[in-house]
Ligand binder design. Structure first.
Ligand code: UTP
Length: 292
């Protein structure tokens, strides 16, 4: 199925400082939830929305080469692993992308999420596109990005996934100034990056899923530094409000913030308890741990 959005950008060039030392040489996006790396969940989500081209914005270092080898496994290694059992073969095939579907671009310096997205401009070209941050793990059906694409098909412009966060957490997010509400869709009247709780226009915060118009690249190209001295995607999106339609969508389903330690563990528990093969064992272990 060819949908309205054909390309997805995965910015994976961050330093992953909250997971050091695990991320000294391993990209955060290869950390697994049970037996699948975060990046695989995000790719599956994009494919479920009919997206065909996956653009990975990687750093310069060893993280990038590890991601590339994961996504484009050499044929001999693939054959050796998949040959061991039919089940392994299926698991390996599920993680594999069709030839040419994965494209890579380098962000030479981690100057911020907005800069990472800007690095993908040539590969995206002049068309609307999706952005997925794999460390936000979305457990949704239909897939979270498919829900955003469905809204985009009605409204055009920009669509971002939003979620209410505790007031004291607004300084970790881009927060929207909400306008008209229609079901789960909220008009975005304004956007502020990492406001202090007392300055936040609401608690409705942008989480790691976006559908963006190509005009965003013109705004990002100004290289304006925002919160934390970084080139922020939120600031560029804010400039498009009033120029193109802009909506937030409270997606149906759950989000695990796997960029934080507690969220990462919550995802492990949540996915383990959904897995019939390990659920009972895990529950027993948890009961034991609670008694210790
Ligand atoms: P985060 O804010 O989670 O930063 O980035 P991080 O470096 O990954 O992790 P911490 O905070 O140091 O632990 C949000 C997303 O933007 C990407 C990250 O890879 C992640 O997907 N990103 C961030 C880039 O690709 N480049 C950047 O310069 C900054």
């Amino acid at each position: 199925m060819a949908g309205a959005i054909r390309k997805a950008v995965f910015p994976v060039a961050g330093l992953g400082t909250r997971f050091l030392p695990a991320t000294r040489a391993l990209p955060k996006e290869l950390l697994p939830i049970i037996d699948r790396p975060l990046i695989d969940y995000a790719i599956a989500e994009a494919r479920a929305a009919g997206i065909e081209t996956m653009i990975f914005v990687t750093g310069l270092d060893s993280n990038a080469s590890q991601l590339r080898s994961h996504l484009n496994l050499p044929a001999d290694r693939m054959a050796a692993l998949a040959g061991k059992s039919a089940e392994l073969g299926r698991a390996m095939a599920a993680a594999d992308l069709p030839p040419g579907a994965a494209q890579f671009v380098t962000q030479e310096e981690p100057l911020g999420l907005g800069h990472a997205v800007w690095c993908a401009r040539e590969l995206v070209g002049d068309e609307p596109f999706a952005v997925l941050l794999p460390d936000d793990l979305m457990d949704c059906d239909p897939s979270a990005i498919a829900q955003l694409v469905a809204v985009f098909e009605e409204t055009g412009g920009g669509v971002v996934a939003v979620e209410d966060v505790p007031k004291e957490d607004t300084q970790r997010y881009g927060v929207i100034d909400p306008g008209a509400v229609e079901g789960r869709r909220v008009e975005v009247r304004g956007l502020v990056e990492k406001p202090r709780p007392e300055d936040a226009p609401s608690t409705l915060s942008v989480i790691g899923r976006y559908v963006l118009p190509p005009e965003i690249f013109d705004e990002l190209a100004r290289f304006e530094r925002g919160a934390g001295g970084e080139i922020q995607l939120t600031d560029a999106m804010a400039k498009l409000i009033g120029v193109t339609p802009f909506h937030g969508l409270r997606t149906v389903g759950r989000r695990f913030d796997c960029g934080s330690k507690a969220g990462f563990i919550a995802a492990q528990i949540g996915f383990a308890l959904k897995d019939t093969e390990i659920r009972d064992d895990v529950l027993r272990q948890m009961e034991t741990e609670l008694r210790v």
